[in-house]
Design a protein. Structure first.
Length: 489
């Protein structure tokens, strides 16, 4: 278990003074408590977004067994990743998060690439989240889900989330606290409605291995179907990005990271099992269409057939509300990552992107840069499985690089673990190794067909970043000032 109360040389009585040890002034508004820090990661994980949006994808690839077995497998391994990241966050509680960890334990180049993988992954995730939200809102409003209507609703959602983020971290924190209630209560309502009103399959149906996608062998289709769970378990680094806006971040931010994964894993499993045991016609669910011939998301089709069109649409509206909260939190996290890199002169237009609104205490230019880039990402990819796969791979690469560097530094006797008030103790090396191996494995799986465009796009991003690094950033960027100095022990 993490040694949450272990004395550490890095512990200081004042959060602002702790931040000043990294050479940063307290510019962002520090108002979050432990629950709000947990809430922002829980909201971005958003079981009513990831698990529901790609429910049809997972069901098509692996059938009911994908839901019964794939979700707990992903939950277990992502807890290893979350715990490893929590320990690093406790040692380096700054908005730079993985970027700063990679700089401190590796090099400016490692940190710069991690920062951009993180930012680009969050941008792609934002696009997938809000497009999914639009898909769920339109049927509830009885608006045809045409490509034009979907894109207009997606853009409207993204813009209003940008406005709310611009007004202040306190407002976003309140909405994120509300989001936890919406997610957990929403799942309980859906589960209760299904078990009360719907005709159910026998429990043995949950172990049925059905590959509707016709990929062979089955186990390969099953692995591809893990995208549903893996995309859901992204974004929990938000607790680390909000460290400079959280009281006692060396303890509370790591717990926010880990608890967001643990609670999401448990509640999400209840949701998936209840949806799956209510599936009566698997082909009909996977190919459901509305009156205009537009495809209906599989989760909504299950609810409409299981508990009636009216109740099913109402449950879809509840899911769309959770998705909106998810997108709101994602902009907050992504903008802090971009702000942090700009603060260290690691982006184009750094002087603009590091500006903080003097009244609201939020990085306004960074927020609107994320909004614009998210809309552009959806225009480029045009498909939910592609954009979600791209975001998952980019974010996992941003996670795994600092984990590798942290494990290497741990084995070389680097003192960073002494600065981590929240730490894994003797189990740290083993947990880190498991997390790294699984993350590398899943990244390879998730760029295989049918998500080849995601792999190609990610490869293009790597080449573009490498060219930018060699052309300009290598000579102009040296990392944050504090990384060049050994921190006091």
């Amino acid at each position: 278990m993490p040694e949450a109360e272990k004395p550490s040389p890095a512990t200081v009585p004042d959060d602002d003074s702790d931040l000043s040890r990294f050479g940063y002034a307290q510019e962002l508004f520090r108002s979050m408590g432990g629950f709000s820090n947990f809430a922002i990661s829980f909201s971005i994980i958003s079981i009513l977004t990831g698990a529901v949006t790609l429910y049809g994808y997972g069901l098509e690839m692996g059938g009911p067994l994908e839901m019964t077995l794939g979700w707990p497998i992903a939950t277990f391994f992502m807890l290893m990743v979350a715990a490893s990241m929590g320990e690093l966050c406790s040692a380096y509680p700054t908005s730079g998060a993985m970027y700063h960890w990679a700089v401190a334990l590796g090099s400016p180049a490692a940190g710069w690439f991690v920062a951009w993988f993180n930012i680009l992954g969050l941008i792609a995730a934002q696009a997938g989240i809000n497009y999914s939200c639009a898909q769920f809102i339109l049927p509830f409003l009885d608006i045809a889900a045409t490509p034009r209507n979907l894109f207009l609703m997606f853009a409207f959602i993204t813009l209003n989330q940008g406005v709310l983020n611009h007004y202040g971290v306190r407002l976003v924190a309140i909405l994120n606290d509300l989001s936890v209630t919406v997610h957990i209560l929403g799942v309980l309502i859906i589960v209760g409605a299904i078990f009360w009103m719907a005709p159910l399959q026998p429990v043995s149906f949950l172990t049925t291995a059905v590959n509707s996608n016709k990929r062979s062998p089955y186990w390969w289709a099953f692995l591809l179907g893990l995208l549903q769970a893996q995309w859901t378990f992204t974004g929990f680094d938000a607790s680390a990005h909000m460290a400079e806006e959280t009281h006692d971040p060396r303890r509370r931010a790591p717990w926010g990271i880990v608890l967001s994964v643990a609670v999401s894993g448990f509640v999400g499993y209840l949701l998936l099992l209840s949806l799956t045991i209510a599936v009566r016609d698997l082909p009909g669910i996977l190919h459901a269409r509305d009156a205009g011939g537009n495809q209906v998301p599989a989760a909504i089709a299950v609810l409409q057939k299981a508990i009636g069109p009216r109740f099913g649409s109402a449950m879809g509206a509840l899911a769309s509300m959770a998705m909106w909260f998810c997108g709101l939190s994602c902009i907050a996290s992504a903008s802090r990552a971009l702000f942090s890199l700009a603060r260290d002169n690691g982006t184009p237009a750094s002087a603009l992107l590091r500006r903080v609104h003097p009244r609201h205490g939020t990085p306004g230019p960074a927020i609107w840069a994320i909004v614009g880039a998210s809309i552009a990402a959806m225009v480029w990819t045009g498909a939910i499985p592609v954009v979600t796969s791209l975001s998952t791979v980019a974010l996992y690469v941003a996670y795994v690089i600092p984990l590798m560097l942290g494990l290497r530094a741990r084995r070389r006797g680097h003192p960073w673990t002494k600065w981590a008030v929240w730490n894994l103790g003797p189990a740290g090396s083993m947990v880190n190794a498991v997390a790294i191996l699984y993350t590398v494995f899943i990244c390879v799986v998730l760029v295989m067909p049918p998500n080849l465009l995601a792999g190609q796009t990610f490869g293009g991003l790597v080449l573009a970043l490498a060219a930018l690094w060699l052309w300009k950033a290598r000579s102009s960027y040296a990392g944050p000032d504090w990384s060049a100095k050994e921190m006091d022990q």
